[in-house]
Design a protein around this ligand. Structure first.
Ligand code: NDP
Length: 452
């Protein structure tokens, strides 16, 4: 049995219910097999056994008062996975589905993603099973303050720098930062995704969506193609989806779908211009449902209870490019087959692990350009890294400067994936290339430190 398959067997036995973590680990470990053959020093130093185990997991209770004055208790987490190449860095997810297995998958992926950005950031992830949906602003504030009342002792600008993720946007980061600053009496770059007036970076809100489209554009360019005139399916309607729509529009593509956890809308005329602004206001200010888009614009059809990928499959929608930007495992094997049948040539993952292993197999077997999340959505954390640099320097770069750096980083990540895939014998395989390129830098650092 190979080193990597032994490790996989062990983690499945150790924590049998952490399915998403097993799924992420399996994909990475399978890719790393050739590195174990080429680098016996990694095997001897048990780098594979060590990288799979988080440096530490912090779990804590978060008691907070709801608007009725009743005490509620949620569970908070921070997984500090690996800081071999820089301070821990990774998002914070507030969603009722949050559990240790999901955060371990996200934290593990983050190690390789952050390494790919070329910036000095280790991997981490955190969050809570708190559901901000349907809560008043005051409730969200009290929860965020209570969450930070415990988290503050574990983080710091050179220790661990959390950011947003599902359910955590500018509003939540503002509340958490406010509490951190009050407790520590310290105005510092301890969180990213901050508001512009208190240390945030221009283009950070846009960065994951823009970066995903930049990555897709790089993949298309290898075939002499671009976004012009292409029909694009995007899922989700949150931070990543909104700015993916904006960038696709700028590059001349037409986005025809968006969704939330209740329904999907299809607008054959394209979600552009004022309609794009409407979605941002609906989701970020009104905090409404995407079905309201179809009430507002007669040109759209709403499918209740179906995901974007269900609708593509059931309605036979023709799609050139797919950008999943909602959540993990949203595209299964049957969705992937429908995408192939309906003409899709390129998939770039804005969300983390949106494609099941079966779906990835279908994409690869059919020769689609397939950019995995840890490469395609790395623009968000990369720009968080740029926010950290600006905080340290006490300077703010212009929008053009940050966007140019983001574009440069995405091009670089694309090239690193292709280069590593070629050197290690699987030319053109972005999944393999991303895992190997991300791993090597971290593994070499771990090797240099000795057995810690
Ligand atoms: P948001 O909370 O802003 O938006 C998430 C969107 O996805 C919402 O429209 C939400 O709908 C929808 N969604 C969530 N769960 C489901 C589900 N089970 N079925 C259908 N729709 C669902 O989160 P982000 O846009 O920030 O994050 C989206 C993805 O991108 C996540 O996988 C995240 O890990 C990843 N990502 C985010 C980064 C960032 O910078 N924000 C960086 C890198 C990756 P509803 O409102 O109904 O819940």
């Amino acid at each position: 049995m190979s080193v990597t398959s032994e490790i996989l067997e062990k983690i499945k036995k150790q924590d049998p219910h952490e399915f998403e973590f097993h799924q992420a680990a399996e994909e990475v470990l399978e890719s790393l097999e050739p590195t174990a053959k080429k680098h016996p020093e990694f095997v001897k130093a048990k780098i594979y056994e060590r990288i799979i185990e988080p440096d530490r997991v912090v779990m804590f209770r978060v008691p907070w008062l709801d608007d009725k004055g009743e005490l509620q208790v949620n569970r908070g987490y921070r997984i500090q996975y690996n800081n071999a190449i820089g301070p821990y860095k990774g998002g914070t997810r507030f969603h009722p589905s949050v559990n240790l297995g999901i955060l371990k998958f996200l934290g593990f992926e983050q190690i390789f993603k952050n390494s790919l950005t070329t910036l000095a950031m280790g991997g981490a992830k955190g969050g809570s099973d708190f559901d901000p949906k349907g809560k008043s602003d005051a409730e969200v504030m009290r929860f965020c303050h209570a969450y930070m009342l415990e988290l503050f002792r574990h983080i710091g600008p050179d220790i661990d720098v959390p950011a947003g993720d599902i359910g955590v946007g500018g509003r939540e980061i503002g509340y958490m930062y406010g509490m951190y600053k009050k407790i520590r009496n310290d105005h510092t770059g301890v969180l990213t995704g901050k508001g512009l007036s208190f240390g945030g970076s221009l283009v950070r809100p846009e960065a994951t969506g823009y970066g995903c489209v930049y990555f897709a554009a790089e993949m298309l360019a290898t075939k002499g193609l671009d976004f012009k005139g292409k029909t694009v399916a995007i899922s989700g309607s949150g931070n990543v989806a909104q700015f993916a729509v904006e960038k696709v529009n700028q590059l001349g593509g037409k986005v025809i779908t968006l969704c939330d956890s209740s329904s999907t809308i299809v607008d054959d005329e394209g979600i552009s211009g004022d309609k794009c602004g409407y979605v941002m206001d609906l989701k970020n200010v009104q905090r409404g449902r995407i079905s309201e888009y179809a009430d507002k614009f007669g040109c759209a059809v709403c499918y209740i209870g179906e995901s974007v990928w269900d609708v593509i499959k059931n309605q036979g929608l023709k799609i050139d490019i797919a950008l999943p930007c909602a959540t993990q495992n949203e595209i299964d094997g049957s969705h992937a087959e429908a995408l192939v049948k309906n003409g899709c040539i390129c998939v770039a993952e804005g969300s983390n692990m949106p494609s099941t292993p079966e779906a990835v197999r279908v994409f690869k077997d059919n020769g689609l350009l397939f950019g995995p999340g840890k490469a395609a959505n790395a623009g968000g954390v990369a720009t968080s890294g740029l926010e950290m640099s600006q905080n340290s320097m006490r300077l703010s770069w212009t929008r053009e400067e940050v966007d140019a750096r983001l574009l440069g980083i995405m091009k670089n990540i694309h090239k690193s994936c292709l280069d590593a895939a070629e050197v290690y014998g699987r030319k053109g395989d972005y999944v393999f290339g991303a895992n190997v390129a991300g791993f090597l830098k971290v593994a070499n650092a771990m090797l240099a430190y000795g057995y810690v």
